[in-house]
Design a binder for this molecule. Structure first.
Ligand code: COA
Length: 362
């Protein structure tokens, strides 16, 4: 049911349409950067050249993590699930930096979110990179101010500057994941922020929601699935066996899209462009899975079927796929929280009561 009005993203699941502030997501993904799409989401219009330069400058100036947070991140067990580490780190960051009780009015809460938005977005990515570096016993490399967000993230993660193709492909993936209507984690962010609680609590809740296997957590399961199938020639029998045993095929189906997810083609194109021989095979397997599921169940590929081979081709470990999704979606969560606070009313839905008769004798 419709629970709110939003001017951020438009999703038509029957027609396979996804627009960001009115623009087709395929154009947005192809033509603009992660920073530019973030500006679009937060301001509702594309930046002029000078607005973009100033905005990019804000991102670059925000590249730091408080030493206390770095100290905390170094205590995270090396075998911790990165999404749990990210969720806890966001809470720790709030504990270390938020010294006041939550704002009392939507206007005050909105001012705080606007002030912190760039820094929270940058830090979300930096925390993901730090979790990965520290669990290998490595330090974060010194931050740089000559790289865009996508390239800078890959640089922090690997310690080396990525090539242009890799940075472009990763940038496209970030843009494609940045917002998507009232998905579960975005709705969570709006519900939690509507109580006027602090923004760190909002982000912790949204990360928790995204981690679920029916939402962002699905992308970590796609790669093992493709690897288990092993060869395009095995895909048909594998999928038919899953269906016979009533098991879910990951990367297929969507709560909203009843046709192909419009984010699929740009991701597939980027994955194909980057691909090495081993990931080319993964893409062929994914294509076969897609074909059999469309034929057998009229269910189609979602964003995860090709983001997994793309991230794999970029050398990103599987357990970072969902944290990276969170880092990108942070811009959408913040955009939607700002929109919520501009015209806030606390979410307080009703449920249908099905308990014992009312007025039961005690
Ligand atoms: N594999 C096997 N069967 C699937 C399926 C999949 N990936 N996706 C849906 N189905 C089945 C449903 O169980 C349902 O069966 P039923 O009619 O016997 O109950 C039928 O197909 C229609 O499902 P639909 O209403 O279109 O989707 P949903 O809202 O029930 O489920 C998801 C949506 C996303 C939870 C589901 O498609 C799924 O689990 N996909 C795999 C996980 C994934 O990739 N998630 C990322 C989403 S972006």
């Amino acid at each position: 049911m419709v629970v709110a009005r939003s001017a951020k993203s438009y999703v038509d699941g029957q027609a396979g349409v996804f627009n960001l502030c009115g623009y087709d997501i395929r154009d947005v993904a192809e033509k603009i950067s992660f920073e530019e799409s973030t500006y679009l989401l937060w301001h509702g219009h594309l930046p002029t050249r000078s607005e973009l330069t100033a905005f990019e400058q804000e991102f670059r100036a925000a590249r730091s993590l408080p030493p206390e947070l770095i100290a905390f991140l170094k205590t995270v067990p090396h075998d911790a699930v990165p999404m749990y580490a990210l969720r806890t780190a966001m809470s720790v960051l709030g504990l270390q930096t938020m010294k006041e009780l939550p704002a009392q009015t939507p206007g005050e809460a909105l001012a705080i979110v606007k002030k912190l938005a760039v820094s929270l977005t940058v830090r979300m990515g930096m925390i993901v990179a730090a979790i990965h570096r520290f669990r290998q016993g490595l330090e974060l490399p010194p931050v740089r101010s000559d790289l865009g967000e996508a390239a800078h993230f890959l640089y922090l993660l690997n310690g080396t500057e990525p090539g242009t193709d890799a940075a472009d492909a990763f940038d496209t993936a970030l843009v494609l994941h940045c917002d998507h209507g009232f998905n579960n984690s975005t709705f969570t962010a709006r519900v939690v922020s509507s109580s006027l609680t602090d923004i760190y609590s909002v982000l912790v809740a949204a990360i928790g929601s995204l981690n679920g296997p029916l939402h962002g957590g699905a992308n970590v399961q796609v790669l093992p699935m493709l690897q288990e199938i092993g060869d395009p020639a095995n895909a048909e029998a594998w999928v038919l066996d899953q269906l016979k045993n009533k098991r879910v095929v990951m990367g297929i189906g969507h709560p909203v899209y009843k046709v192909v997810d419009p984010r699929k083609d740009p991701l597939k194109r980027m994955a194909t462009k980057l691909t090495s021989q081993s990931s080319a095979k993964l893409i062929s397997i994914a294509e076969k899975v897609e074909e059999v599921m469309a034929r057998e169940k009229k269910l189609h590929a979602n964003v995860d079927l090709y983001s997994a081979p793309l991230f794999h081709a970029l050398g990103i470990p599987t357990d970072l796929f969902t944290p990276i999704f969170a880092a990108s979606r942070t811009t959408g969560w913040l955009a939607q929280v700002m929109e919520q606070l501009e015209d806030n009313r606390i979410y307080r839905p009703e449920c249908e009561y099905v308990g014992p008769p009312v007025g039961r004798e005690f």
